[in-house]
Design a protein around this ligand. Structure first.
Ligand SMILES: Cc1ncc(COP(=O)(O)O)c(C=O)c1O
Length: 373
Protein backbone atom coordinates (compact mmCIF):
# COMPACT_ATOMS: atom_id res chain seq x y z
CA UNK A 1 0.00 0.00 0.00
CA UNK A 2 1.24 3.45 -0.78
CA UNK A 3 2.15 5.57 2.26
CA UNK A 4 1.57 8.92 0.59
CA UNK A 5 -1.28 8.49 -1.87
CA UNK A 6 -3.82 9.83 0.66
CA UNK A 7 -1.53 12.61 1.81
CA UNK A 8 -0.48 14.23 -1.47
CA UNK A 9 -2.68 16.76 -3.29
CA UNK A 10 -5.27 15.54 -5.78
CA UNK A 11 -3.40 16.95 -8.82
CA UNK A 12 -0.21 15.15 -7.70
CA UNK A 13 -2.12 11.88 -7.20
CA UNK A 14 -3.96 12.16 -10.53
CA UNK A 15 -0.77 13.12 -12.35
CA UNK A 16 0.98 9.94 -11.20
CA UNK A 17 -1.72 7.89 -12.95
CA UNK A 18 -1.93 10.16 -15.93
CA UNK A 19 1.78 10.01 -16.71
CA UNK A 20 2.39 6.36 -15.89
CA UNK A 21 2.87 5.67 -19.60
CA UNK A 22 4.80 8.85 -20.39
CA UNK A 23 8.12 8.30 -22.15
CA UNK A 24 11.27 8.49 -20.14
CA UNK A 25 13.21 11.71 -20.58
CA UNK A 26 16.80 10.92 -21.42
CA UNK A 27 19.70 12.95 -20.14
CA UNK A 28 22.96 13.75 -21.87
CA UNK A 29 24.93 11.42 -19.62
CA UNK A 30 25.25 8.67 -22.24
CA UNK A 31 28.21 10.35 -23.86
CA UNK A 32 28.77 7.63 -26.46
CA UNK A 33 25.22 7.85 -27.67
CA UNK A 34 24.34 10.11 -30.59
CA UNK A 35 21.46 12.06 -29.10
CA UNK A 36 18.78 12.70 -31.66
CA UNK A 37 15.96 12.51 -29.13
CA UNK A 38 15.45 15.98 -27.64
CA UNK A 39 15.76 18.50 -30.49
CA UNK A 40 18.97 20.03 -29.16
CA UNK A 41 21.52 21.96 -31.20
CA UNK A 42 24.03 19.40 -32.54
CA UNK A 43 26.78 22.04 -32.79
CA UNK A 44 26.79 22.87 -29.08
CA UNK A 45 26.54 26.32 -27.51
CA UNK A 46 27.87 29.51 -29.07
CA UNK A 47 31.61 29.86 -28.38
CA UNK A 48 30.89 33.35 -27.03
CA UNK A 49 28.46 31.84 -24.53
CA UNK A 50 31.12 29.38 -23.36
CA UNK A 51 33.66 32.19 -23.01
CA UNK A 52 31.19 34.36 -21.10
CA UNK A 53 30.36 31.49 -18.72
CA UNK A 54 34.07 30.84 -18.10
CA UNK A 55 34.71 34.40 -17.06
CA UNK A 56 31.49 34.62 -15.04
CA UNK A 57 31.89 31.35 -13.11
CA UNK A 58 34.08 32.80 -10.28
CA UNK A 59 31.09 35.00 -9.34
CA UNK A 60 28.82 31.99 -8.86
CA UNK A 61 28.88 32.54 -5.07
CA UNK A 62 26.44 35.45 -5.63
CA UNK A 63 22.73 35.07 -6.29
CA UNK A 64 21.71 36.06 -9.81
CA UNK A 65 19.77 39.19 -10.74
CA UNK A 66 16.25 37.91 -10.10
CA UNK A 67 14.74 40.28 -12.67
CA UNK A 68 17.29 39.39 -15.40
CA UNK A 69 17.36 43.12 -16.14
CA UNK A 70 20.23 43.21 -18.63
CA UNK A 71 18.89 40.34 -20.70
CA UNK A 72 15.29 41.57 -20.51
CA UNK A 73 16.40 45.01 -21.67
CA UNK A 74 18.25 43.48 -24.62
CA UNK A 75 15.34 41.23 -25.57
CA UNK A 76 12.91 44.15 -25.32
CA UNK A 77 15.08 46.24 -27.64
CA UNK A 78 15.54 43.35 -30.08
CA UNK A 79 11.79 42.75 -30.29
CA UNK A 80 10.77 46.44 -30.13
CA UNK A 81 8.78 45.89 -26.93
CA UNK A 82 8.93 47.52 -23.53
CA UNK A 83 10.88 45.76 -20.79
CA UNK A 84 7.70 44.93 -18.86
CA UNK A 85 6.45 42.94 -21.87
CA UNK A 86 9.35 40.48 -21.38
CA UNK A 87 9.62 37.80 -18.69
CA UNK A 88 12.79 35.69 -18.64
CA UNK A 89 12.24 32.22 -17.14
CA UNK A 90 14.07 28.95 -16.51
CA UNK A 91 13.35 27.64 -20.00
CA UNK A 92 10.10 28.38 -21.76
CA UNK A 93 8.69 25.42 -19.84
CA UNK A 94 8.82 27.52 -16.66
CA UNK A 95 6.78 30.17 -18.48
CA UNK A 96 4.19 27.51 -19.43
CA UNK A 97 3.94 26.43 -15.79
CA UNK A 98 3.63 30.04 -14.60
CA UNK A 99 0.83 30.76 -17.05
CA UNK A 100 -1.04 27.71 -15.78
CA UNK A 101 -0.47 28.62 -12.11
CA UNK A 102 -1.58 32.19 -12.80
CA UNK A 103 -4.61 31.60 -15.01
CA UNK A 104 -5.95 28.11 -14.25
CA UNK A 105 -7.50 26.31 -11.28
CA UNK A 106 -9.77 23.28 -10.78
CA UNK A 107 -12.91 23.80 -12.89
CA UNK A 108 -11.07 25.81 -15.54
CA UNK A 109 -9.44 24.45 -18.68
CA UNK A 110 -6.87 24.99 -21.40
CA UNK A 111 -7.22 23.83 -25.01
CA UNK A 112 -4.60 22.39 -27.32
CA UNK A 113 -4.18 19.70 -29.96
CA UNK A 114 -3.58 16.00 -29.57
CA UNK A 115 -0.01 14.96 -30.32
CA UNK A 116 1.56 18.19 -29.10
CA UNK A 117 4.05 19.24 -26.42
CA UNK A 118 3.65 17.01 -23.34
CA UNK A 119 4.59 19.79 -20.93
CA UNK A 120 1.17 21.38 -21.58
CA UNK A 121 -0.43 18.28 -20.05
CA UNK A 122 1.87 18.35 -17.06
CA UNK A 123 1.53 22.08 -16.35
CA UNK A 124 -2.25 22.09 -16.71
CA UNK A 125 -2.81 18.96 -14.61
CA UNK A 126 -0.37 20.15 -11.93
CA UNK A 127 -2.83 22.92 -11.03
CA UNK A 128 -5.84 20.59 -11.12
CA UNK A 129 -7.28 22.08 -14.32
CA UNK A 130 -8.45 20.25 -17.42
CA UNK A 131 -6.71 20.04 -20.81
CA UNK A 132 -9.10 19.73 -23.76
CA UNK A 133 -7.46 18.29 -26.87
CA UNK A 134 -8.68 18.37 -30.44
CA UNK A 135 -7.68 15.81 -33.10
CA UNK A 136 -4.86 16.55 -35.52
CA UNK A 137 -5.75 17.76 -38.98
CA UNK A 138 -3.22 17.24 -41.78
CA UNK A 139 -0.71 16.27 -39.04
CA UNK A 140 -1.01 19.67 -37.38
CA UNK A 141 -3.24 21.95 -35.32
CA UNK A 142 -6.88 22.18 -36.44
CA UNK A 143 -7.67 25.76 -35.46
CA UNK A 144 -11.39 25.46 -36.25
CA UNK A 145 -11.63 22.51 -33.87
CA UNK A 146 -9.62 24.39 -31.24
CA UNK A 147 -12.00 27.34 -31.54
CA UNK A 148 -14.97 24.99 -31.15
CA UNK A 149 -13.44 23.40 -28.03
CA UNK A 150 -13.20 26.74 -26.19
CA UNK A 151 -15.93 27.24 -23.59
CA UNK A 152 -16.63 29.74 -20.82
CA UNK A 153 -14.18 27.93 -18.51
CA UNK A 154 -11.28 28.11 -20.96
CA UNK A 155 -8.49 30.51 -20.04
CA UNK A 156 -5.57 29.39 -22.24
CA UNK A 157 -5.07 28.02 -25.75
CA UNK A 158 -1.65 26.48 -26.39
CA UNK A 159 -0.50 26.59 -30.02
CA UNK A 160 2.93 25.07 -30.61
CA UNK A 161 4.12 26.63 -33.83
CA UNK A 162 5.88 24.61 -35.16
CA UNK A 163 4.29 21.73 -33.33
CA UNK A 164 6.35 19.20 -31.41
CA UNK A 165 6.40 16.30 -32.33
CA UNK A 166 4.83 16.65 -35.79
CA UNK A 167 7.02 19.59 -36.95
CA UNK A 168 4.06 21.22 -38.72
CA UNK A 169 3.62 24.97 -38.93
CA UNK A 170 0.56 27.22 -39.10
CA UNK A 171 1.06 30.25 -41.36
CA UNK A 172 0.61 33.82 -40.12
CA UNK A 173 -2.60 34.53 -42.05
CA UNK A 174 -4.32 31.48 -40.51
CA UNK A 175 -3.30 32.60 -37.03
CA UNK A 176 -4.66 36.11 -37.77
CA UNK A 177 -8.12 34.67 -38.54
CA UNK A 178 -8.02 32.46 -35.48
CA UNK A 179 -7.11 35.30 -33.11
CA UNK A 180 -10.00 37.39 -34.37
CA UNK A 181 -12.41 34.62 -33.30
CA UNK A 182 -11.05 33.78 -29.86
CA UNK A 183 -13.24 35.11 -27.02
CA UNK A 184 -11.83 37.81 -24.75
CA UNK A 185 -11.55 35.60 -21.63
CA UNK A 186 -8.92 33.39 -23.35
CA UNK A 187 -5.18 34.04 -23.67
CA UNK A 188 -3.52 32.46 -26.70
CA UNK A 189 -0.04 31.12 -25.96
CA UNK A 190 1.92 30.95 -29.18
CA UNK A 191 4.82 28.64 -28.45
CA UNK A 192 7.67 29.53 -30.81
CA UNK A 193 10.46 27.48 -29.21
CA UNK A 194 11.67 26.58 -32.74
CA UNK A 195 11.28 30.11 -34.07
CA UNK A 196 14.68 30.39 -35.80
CA UNK A 197 14.28 27.10 -37.69
CA UNK A 198 10.73 27.88 -38.79
CA UNK A 199 11.67 31.40 -39.87
CA UNK A 200 14.52 30.01 -41.99
CA UNK A 201 12.34 27.37 -43.64
CA UNK A 202 9.63 29.94 -44.31
CA UNK A 203 12.04 32.34 -45.97
CA UNK A 204 13.23 29.50 -48.26
CA UNK A 205 9.65 28.45 -49.02
CA UNK A 206 8.45 32.05 -49.43
CA UNK A 207 5.63 31.76 -46.92
CA UNK A 208 4.94 34.02 -43.95
CA UNK A 209 5.63 32.23 -40.68
CA UNK A 210 4.85 34.56 -37.83
CA UNK A 211 3.54 38.00 -36.94
CA UNK A 212 3.62 37.15 -33.26
CA UNK A 213 5.52 40.26 -32.18
CA UNK A 214 3.06 42.52 -33.98
CA UNK A 215 0.27 40.87 -31.97
CA UNK A 216 2.09 41.53 -28.71
CA UNK A 217 2.80 45.13 -29.72
CA UNK A 218 -0.78 45.87 -30.80
CA UNK A 219 -2.57 44.08 -27.95
CA UNK A 220 -6.02 42.55 -27.79
CA UNK A 221 -7.95 45.61 -28.90
CA UNK A 222 -6.40 45.43 -32.37
CA UNK A 223 -5.66 41.71 -32.74
CA UNK A 224 -8.84 40.33 -31.16
CA UNK A 225 -7.30 38.38 -28.30
CA UNK A 226 -4.44 38.57 -25.83
CA UNK A 227 -1.34 36.62 -26.66
CA UNK A 228 1.82 35.42 -24.95
CA UNK A 229 4.68 34.38 -27.22
CA UNK A 230 7.19 31.82 -25.95
CA UNK A 231 10.79 31.70 -27.11
CA UNK A 232 13.68 29.54 -25.98
CA UNK A 233 17.47 29.57 -25.83
CA UNK A 234 17.41 25.75 -25.79
CA UNK A 235 17.18 25.11 -29.52
CA UNK A 236 18.94 27.32 -32.10
CA UNK A 237 21.13 28.92 -29.40
CA UNK A 238 22.24 25.54 -28.04
CA UNK A 239 21.73 26.32 -24.33
CA UNK A 240 19.20 23.60 -23.39
CA UNK A 241 21.22 22.46 -20.36
CA UNK A 242 21.23 25.95 -18.85
CA UNK A 243 17.42 26.29 -18.77
CA UNK A 244 16.62 29.72 -20.09
CA UNK A 245 13.77 31.05 -22.22
CA UNK A 246 11.24 33.87 -22.09
CA UNK A 247 7.69 35.02 -22.63
CA UNK A 248 6.60 38.15 -24.49
CA UNK A 249 3.13 39.43 -23.68
CA UNK A 250 0.86 41.94 -21.93
CA UNK A 251 2.78 43.66 -19.11
CA UNK A 252 0.00 43.21 -16.54
CA UNK A 253 -0.31 39.46 -17.15
CA UNK A 254 3.47 38.94 -17.07
CA UNK A 255 3.62 40.82 -13.76
CA UNK A 256 1.11 38.34 -12.28
CA UNK A 257 3.13 35.42 -13.68
CA UNK A 258 6.30 36.89 -12.24
CA UNK A 259 4.80 36.82 -8.72
CA UNK A 260 4.34 33.04 -9.06
CA UNK A 261 7.99 32.41 -9.98
CA UNK A 262 10.47 30.63 -7.77
CA UNK A 263 12.90 33.30 -6.68
CA UNK A 264 16.27 33.17 -8.54
CA UNK A 265 15.01 30.48 -10.92
CA UNK A 266 17.22 31.73 -13.77
CA UNK A 267 20.88 31.18 -12.89
CA UNK A 268 23.59 33.76 -13.33
CA UNK A 269 25.50 31.58 -15.82
CA UNK A 270 22.35 31.10 -17.88
CA UNK A 271 21.79 34.87 -18.05
CA UNK A 272 25.40 35.55 -19.04
CA UNK A 273 25.41 32.80 -21.67
CA UNK A 274 22.09 33.91 -23.17
CA UNK A 275 23.33 37.49 -23.48
CA UNK A 276 26.41 36.29 -25.35
CA UNK A 277 24.50 33.80 -27.52
CA UNK A 278 21.93 36.38 -28.54
CA UNK A 279 24.43 38.26 -30.67
CA UNK A 280 26.14 35.21 -32.22
CA UNK A 281 24.34 35.31 -35.55
CA UNK A 282 26.90 33.05 -37.26
CA UNK A 283 26.25 30.28 -34.76
CA UNK A 284 22.49 30.50 -35.29
CA UNK A 285 22.96 30.62 -39.06
CA UNK A 286 25.11 27.48 -38.93
CA UNK A 287 22.36 25.67 -37.02
CA UNK A 288 19.46 26.74 -39.22
CA UNK A 289 21.20 26.25 -42.57
CA UNK A 290 22.57 22.82 -41.68
CA UNK A 291 19.07 21.98 -40.45
CA UNK A 292 17.24 22.97 -43.61
CA UNK A 293 19.60 21.14 -45.98
CA UNK A 294 19.82 18.04 -43.78
CA UNK A 295 16.02 18.01 -43.41
CA UNK A 296 15.74 17.59 -47.17
CA UNK A 297 18.41 14.88 -47.22
CA UNK A 298 17.02 12.89 -44.29
CA UNK A 299 13.44 13.16 -45.55
CA UNK A 300 14.49 11.78 -48.94
CA UNK A 301 16.53 8.94 -47.46
CA UNK A 302 13.80 7.90 -45.00
CA UNK A 303 11.16 8.08 -47.73
CA UNK A 304 13.31 5.75 -49.86
CA UNK A 305 13.07 3.23 -47.03
CA UNK A 306 9.28 3.38 -47.39
CA UNK A 307 8.60 5.49 -44.28
CA UNK A 308 6.13 8.38 -44.24
CA UNK A 309 7.89 11.58 -43.18
CA UNK A 310 5.87 14.69 -42.31
CA UNK A 311 7.37 17.78 -44.02
CA UNK A 312 9.08 19.66 -41.20
CA UNK A 313 9.35 23.33 -40.28
CA UNK A 314 11.50 22.54 -37.28
CA UNK A 315 14.74 20.82 -36.24
CA UNK A 316 13.31 17.31 -36.14
CA UNK A 317 11.41 14.88 -38.34
CA UNK A 318 8.31 12.93 -37.43
CA UNK A 319 8.47 9.63 -39.25
CA UNK A 320 5.93 6.81 -39.39
CA UNK A 321 7.90 3.59 -39.61
CA UNK A 322 4.81 1.36 -39.69
CA UNK A 323 5.84 -0.82 -36.76
CA UNK A 324 6.26 -0.61 -32.97
CA UNK A 325 8.40 2.48 -32.59
CA UNK A 326 9.59 1.77 -29.06
CA UNK A 327 11.10 -1.54 -30.22
CA UNK A 328 12.83 0.29 -33.08
CA UNK A 329 14.05 3.01 -30.71
CA UNK A 330 15.52 0.34 -28.40
CA UNK A 331 17.32 -1.31 -31.30
CA UNK A 332 18.62 2.01 -32.55
CA UNK A 333 19.95 2.72 -29.07
CA UNK A 334 21.83 -0.59 -29.18
CA UNK A 335 23.41 0.72 -32.38
CA UNK A 336 24.46 3.93 -30.59
CA UNK A 337 21.77 6.42 -31.58
CA UNK A 338 18.85 7.67 -29.52
CA UNK A 339 15.57 8.83 -31.09
CA UNK A 340 12.15 9.41 -29.49
CA UNK A 341 9.44 6.77 -29.87
CA UNK A 342 6.07 8.51 -29.99
CA UNK A 343 3.87 5.91 -28.27
CA UNK A 344 3.40 8.34 -25.34
CA UNK A 345 1.90 10.81 -27.86
CA UNK A 346 -0.63 8.33 -29.27
CA UNK A 347 1.48 7.63 -32.37
CA UNK A 348 2.87 4.16 -31.59
CA UNK A 349 4.35 3.57 -35.04
CA UNK A 350 6.16 6.91 -35.28
CA UNK A 351 9.52 8.19 -34.13
CA UNK A 352 10.78 11.75 -33.77
CA UNK A 353 14.35 12.22 -34.95
CA UNK A 354 16.30 15.39 -34.27
CA UNK A 355 18.14 16.61 -37.36
CA UNK A 356 21.82 16.36 -36.49
CA UNK A 357 25.10 17.16 -38.18
CA UNK A 358 25.68 15.43 -41.55
CA UNK A 359 27.87 12.84 -39.79
CA UNK A 360 25.25 12.11 -37.13
CA UNK A 361 22.51 11.80 -39.74
CA UNK A 362 24.62 9.38 -41.81
CA UNK A 363 25.23 7.33 -38.69
CA UNK A 364 21.50 7.27 -37.93
CA UNK A 365 20.65 6.23 -41.49
CA UNK A 366 23.21 3.42 -41.44
CA UNK A 367 21.79 2.22 -38.11
CA UNK A 368 18.16 2.26 -39.24
CA UNK A 369 18.99 0.47 -42.50
CA UNK A 370 20.77 -2.19 -40.49
CA UNK A 371 17.98 -2.90 -38.01
CA UNK A 372 14.86 -2.45 -40.08
CA UNK A 373 12.77 -5.49 -40.85
C1 LIG B 1 6.99 23.10 -28.38
C2 LIG B 1 8.05 23.30 -27.34
N1 LIG B 1 7.93 24.33 -26.50
C3 LIG B 1 8.85 24.58 -25.56
C4 LIG B 1 9.95 23.75 -25.42
C5 LIG B 1 10.82 23.94 -24.24
O1 LIG B 1 11.82 24.56 -24.20
P1 LIG B 1 12.70 25.02 -22.99
O2 LIG B 1 13.91 24.19 -23.07
O3 LIG B 1 12.91 26.47 -23.28
O4 LIG B 1 11.96 24.84 -21.69
C6 LIG B 1 10.13 22.67 -26.26
C7 LIG B 1 11.27 21.76 -26.09
O5 LIG B 1 11.36 20.69 -26.54
C8 LIG B 1 9.14 22.44 -27.25
O6 LIG B 1 9.24 21.39 -28.07
Amino acid sequence: MSRFSDLVSKPARDMADYFAAAPQVRTGSQSQLIKLDSNENPFGPSRYAIKAMRSASPSSNFYPDDDCVELSRKLAAQHALSIDQVLVTAGSTEMIALLCQTMLAPGLNAVTSECSFLIYDMAVHAVGADLRKTPLRDDGFDLAAIRAAINEDTRIVFLANPNNPTGTMVEAATIDHFLAEVPAHVVVVLDEAYYEFAAHFSALRKVEYSRSLEYVRSGATVVGSDMVVLRSFSKAHGLAGLRIGYGLGPAELLAYCSRMRNVYSVSYLAQVAALAALGDHDHILQAVSNNSSQAVFLTEELSKLGYRVIPTSSNFLCCDIGQDSSAIADRLRDQGVSVRALNGWGAPSSVRVTIGTPEQNDFFLRAIRKIRV
